[in-house]
Ligand binder design. Structure first.
Ligand SMILES: [Zn+2]
Length: 250
């Protein structure tokens, strides 16, 4: 799949700054009739991309899309992957719409089971996939060069004190991976970072088993858990092998 190069100036350059500068100054909650006045039309390059998709991929598979709309989704697998734009689970498995129930978050982490009254997006996605969609496979997909994992490493090693601030959403989210940091072998930083990326997958698998409905589905054989790690540059894929107690290439 080849796209036109992204016009970077529309994303991070002058145009964006001008657009933001022109927005009405808003603080706190929206009020009354101001509604969502900050929303702007889609950038032209995305409009063009959408029109291309509608005229080709959609047009050629219209029946499939209609069927998906009428019958609803019945994905066999849930994938929890990183927000990183380079991680592309549907590409590496050649998957179409309707095949994967995908949840993405920073560093593909599953938090511990915590049925309090806070908002838990990842836990909600897992609950829906397992109890309503009844997926057969739940895959946690880690990857090389993960910025979230790097942040956790820096935070835990004292190199990023700002991530220890209570107000850091990234820092508090990456606290989930602290047990993985504690288990790291000593050695070179690059090796430890790669090991921490894989620890993130394992910590998530451990946390998943703390959800009663996940544990019950695993125990009755209707759900299997899988831990994967994707080497982006090499196109590699490794899976955690419980017998080998490590990740092995696929
Ligand atoms: Zn990542």
């Amino acid at each position: 799949m080849v796209h036109d190069p992204l016009p970077a100036e529309e994303i991070i350059g002058k145009k964006r700054h001008e657009t933001l500068a022109n927005l009405p100054h808003r603080q706190g909650q929206r009020t009354g009739d101001t509604a969502i006045s900050i929303a702007r039309p889609l950038p032209e390059y995305l409009v063009r991309r959408y029109a291309g998709w509608k005229a080709t991929t959609y047009a050629e598979n219209k029946g499939w899309y209609k069927r998906l709309a009428e019958e609803g989704q019945r994905p066999r697998a849930m994938v929890i992957s990183c927000c990183d734009s380079r991680v592309h689970v549907t590409s590496i498995f050649g998957a179409d719409q309707g095949e994967f129930f995908i949840h993405r978050n920073v560093a593909n982490l599953v938090p511990p089971y915590a049925p309090d009254t806070d908002h838990h997006g990842t836990s909600a996605a897992v609950e829906y996939a397992v109890t309503t969609l009844k997926v057969s496979h739940l895959i946690v997909l880690g990857h090389s060069g993960c910025g979230g994992v790097q942040g956790c490493y820096d935070m835990c090693s004292g190199a990023a004190p700002e991530l220890n601030e209570e107000s850091s959403f990234v820092g508090r989210w990456m606290d989930i991976l602290r047990p993985g940091y504690e288990r790291l072998p000593s050695g070179e930083t690059d090796m430890r970072l790669r090991a921490l990326e894989k620890e993130g997958v394992l910590v998530s698998l451990e946390n998943l088993m703390g959800f009663p409905f996940v544990a019950a589905a695993v125990e009755d054989g209707s759900l299997s858990l899988h831990g994967l790690w994707n080497d982006i540059g090499e196109g590699g894929l490794e899976a955690y092998d419980a017998d080998a107690e490590g990740f092995v290439g696929i």
